[in-house]
Design a protein around this ligand. Structure first.
Ligand code: ACO
Length: 378
């Protein structure tokens, strides 16, 4: 196809759709979710309220919330084929995100599909069950059933650990899930919308989105961000460590963002949640060290990459918060998927209503007028 459009590498600056789900202002450092500034609700809302808001466009009343929470809780049991897949993957010690992607594709294998909203609830209920069950299997433990009396977030920790989590830990994780639930037209959300735009189903959209989230430039950075703080280990090593990395031309994980040119507002919310968690039952020294690493990293990024406006992104404090919750780094990206699944689904629902196939163009730069030489003459 011959195109006359302007080439925008990485689709940077291209506006591809309208949405009522979230607004990301990278210069003002503002994130609005379903009409609410992130700071307004992230640290107090339950994840069920946030999901309801994104899917229905309004906050639920008390009765609606109870019904919604019960509905989610009643759909956590995984199909036996999904469990069999998890067991097979654990035998091969497959990385958790690969397994989550494979298992997500099986979520409708037991025919538990109905209306699109039914599917949305089933997928959302089952993704944390996949992550938790697989983690237990990897550690040589049997998966455990969810508990109907626990909310979505508490139940995720329960299915991972087998103990009822403290309210402080549930709050910290709930704040994280709310914070990363949706974020404009990021790569995985765009993937979900592209798949939905073809008229495909929600399980396919979520499975494709998981594949996009897996990459280190999207959802795969928090583990390395934590490694960096751990490797630095003490305040006097910060400067030398960061300089060495930057002089080798390496990227500092947890910094820089395609859209935010000021501090990611999610970093503020997560830093607050990490501070509260670490104050009660975490490693306060690690939190202090991370704050100092962040401050110095921003100064050095300006020195080594002047004018690029590289600031802290969401991954930096995600690492600290999830570590403080006792989650191992290999669960960081799967836990991101637990939250973002609700956003992917909200975008898929919105895309279905829009009903237009997403089909951009490419600019051909290869040769023309080739002469085809038959195989026996080459
Ligand atoms: N450390 C050092 N230098 C950086 C960093 C970083 N973290 N991020 C960008 N740069 C530099 C690049 O080397 C480039 O320098 P140059 O102009 O001299 O070549 C310049 O800043 C612009 O970089 P781009 O890659 O063009 O910026 P882009 O918008 O494509 O990148 C990205 C955004 C991928 C997030 C990048 O900042 C990065 O790799 N960060 C580290 C990984 C990370 O934290 N990922 C999580 C992102 S948050 C999320 O997805 C939920």
């Amino acid at each position: 196809m011959n195109t006359t459009g302007t080439l925008r590498p990485g689709l940077e600056g291209v506006v591809a759709t309208e949405t009522s789900l979230s607004s990301v202002d990278g210069n003002a450092g503002e994130l609005i979710i379903g009409g609410f500034p992130l700071e307004e609700f992230a640290a107090t809302a339950t994840f069920e309220e946030t999901a309801f808001l994104l899917w229905k466009g309004r906050v639920p009343g008390a009765h609606e919330l109870t019904t919604f929470r019960d509905d989610l809780a009643s759909r956590r049991r995984l199909p036996s084929a999904t469990l069999a897949l998890l067991r097979a993957a654990a035998t091969e010690s497959r990385p958790p995100m690969d397994t989550v992607r494979m298992a997500a594709a099986t979520l409708d294998i037991d025919g538990a599909v109905g209306s699109t909203l039914d599917d949305a609830i089933t997928i959302t209920a089952r993704i944390p069950a996949i992550v938790a069950s697989y983690q237990r299997l990897l550690n040589g433990n049997d998966p455990i059933d969810g508990r109907h009396d626990l909310g979505h977030t508490a139940n995720y920790l329960y299915m991972l650990e087998g103990n009822e989590p403290t309210p402080a830990r549930v709050r910290a994780l709930e704040t994280y899930l709310n914070t990363v639930v949706d974020h404009g037209l990021n790569a995985s959300t765009f993937t979900a919308r592209v798949i939905t735009s073809t008229g495909s189903d929600l399980v396919s959209a979520v499975t494709g989105a998981i594949g996009a989230l897996k990459g280190p430039l999207h959802g795969g950075a928090p583990g390395p961000a934590l490694d960096m703080v751990m490797e630095i280990g003490s305040a006097e090593r910060i400067d030398a460590y960061l300089r060495e990395k930057l002089e080798r031309g390496e990227r500092l994980m947890g910094f820089g963002h395609r859209v935010y040119k000021v501090r990611d507002p999610r970093a503020d919310v997560l830093a607050g949640a990490a501070r509260d968690l670490f104050r009660n039952d975490g490693d306060a020294a690690l939190y202090e060290l991370a704050m100092r690493v962040e401050a110095r990293a921003i100064e050095l990024l300006e020195e080594y990459k002047p004018g690029r406006r590289l600031q802290t992104n969401v991954e930096f404090y995600t690492a600290l918060l999830l570590h403080g919750l006792g989650l191992p780094p290999e669960l960081f990206t799967p836990t991101f998927a637990v939250a973002r699944a609700v956003g992917w689904i909200a975008h898929s629902l919105e895309q279905s209503r829009e009903g237009r196939l997403i089909r951009p163009q490419s600019m051909y730069v290869g040769p023309r007028n080739g002469e085809w030489v038959p195989l026996d003459k080459r």
